[in-house]
Design a protein around this ligand. Structure first.
Ligand SMILES: C[S@@+](CC[C@H](N)C(=O)[O-])C[C@H]1O[C@@H](n2cnc3c(N)ncnc32)[C@H](O)[C@@H]1O
Length: 293
């Protein structure tokens, strides 16, 4: 099942990349009008200097570079970098002297991302093929791990969390955008609301996210919901830190899930969309069904 789901995810995003490489971009604000996924989550100042195809290929559910507080000279790793939008934004923020790595398992996405980086004239972005469950970078080599709507797509999330903890330097930070589910939603409820490749069926609840990060040894955990994307489903920023050797877990960690859930339930409800199941957005994106949603 794990291999089959992963193959479905790879195929879904290969088609999404090819839709941009071969034709008009999917999921642009013009194409979809849908604010929950894609480039509508970035400011015009961020999007302005980027190649059209980097914007068109944006399939995220937040803007992790806006919250990751990136600094010149840092090494950043984007898990599931897709067409490269967050890597290009991060590369500019860590220059001079820093490097932004993008990791993705889908060849077509890597081709698109490398082309976008060349078009953008960004020379401190490096795109690497691999899986986020086995990150091909050395221990303690990264200052900041970012990711945008990808961890929900993993079939082995505990491995992803322990790989994040391994590659982060002590004191290194995690800043991720992801879909997070209300604690009341069972796995069956989530599967009913959307597909795995569409970023819904595999979404963790607030409690599961906080527990997974804690089990991997991360601390300073914060789950900040930003917008509702469906019934009991939210776009959220997930932040954490790899502690310095010997430092204890932060006291707030135990309350992180409850605080995130409380804030999520106070958000305005999403419009009536069923993500990843023939929604208006998916139809707008053409027969490739290439949106994360
Ligand atoms: C929803 S798209 C998001 C892309 C990008 N982060 C963005 O914001 O546009 C998911 C991306 O993650 C990649 N991906 C999914 N599961 C992965 C895994 N287990 N390992 C590596 N890449 C993965 C897919 O190939 C795809 O490019």
């Amino acid at each position: 099942m794990t291999d089959q789901l992963r193959a479905e995810v790879r195929d879904h995003y290969a088609r999404a990349a090819l839709a941009v490489i071969d034709g008009p971009g999917c999921c642009s604000p013009i194409a979809s009008g849908e604010p929950a996924f894609g480039p509508g989550l970035y400011t015009p100042e961020e999007l302005g200097p980027l190649p059209v195809d980097a914007v068109a290929a944006s399939l995220g559910c937040g803007n992790p570079t806006a919250v990751a507080d990136l600094r010149p000279g840092e090494t950043v790793l984007d898990l599931g970098s897709g067409g490269g939008i967050d890597v290009l934004l991060a590369a500019r923020r860590v220059a001079p002297g820093g490097t932004a790595y993008g990791l993705d398992m889908t060849d077509e996405m890597l081709t698109l991302a490398r082309r976008n980086a060349a078009q953008a004239g960004v020379d401190n972005a490096v795109f690497v093929k691999g899986e986020i469950e086995a990150i091909p970078l050395p221990d303690a080599s990264v200052d900041v791990v970012i990711s945008n709507c990808v961890i929900n797509l993993s079939t082995e999330k505990p491995r992803v969390f322990s790989e994040i903890a391994r590659v982060l330097r002590p004191g290194g930070r995690l800043g991720v955008s992801d879909i997070v589910a209300d604690d009341d939603l069972t796995a069956a409820d989530r599967a009913e609301r959307g597909s795995f490749a569409g970023c819904v069926a595999g979404a963790l609840t607030f409690s599961e996210y906080a527990a997974g990060l804690t089990a991997a040894g991360l601390t300073g955990i914060r789950l900040t919901p930003t917008h509702a994307v469906g019934d009991g489903l939210y776009g959220a920023i997930v932040a954490a830190v790899r502690p310095q050797a010997g430092s204890p877990a932060e006291p707030g960690d135990a309350d992180a899930a409850a605080a995130g859930l409380h804030a999520a339930r106070a958000l305005p409800k999403a419009g009536a969309v069923v993500l990843g199941r023939g929604s208006a957005e998916t139809q707008a994106c053409g027969s490739s069904g290439s949106c994360c949603g």
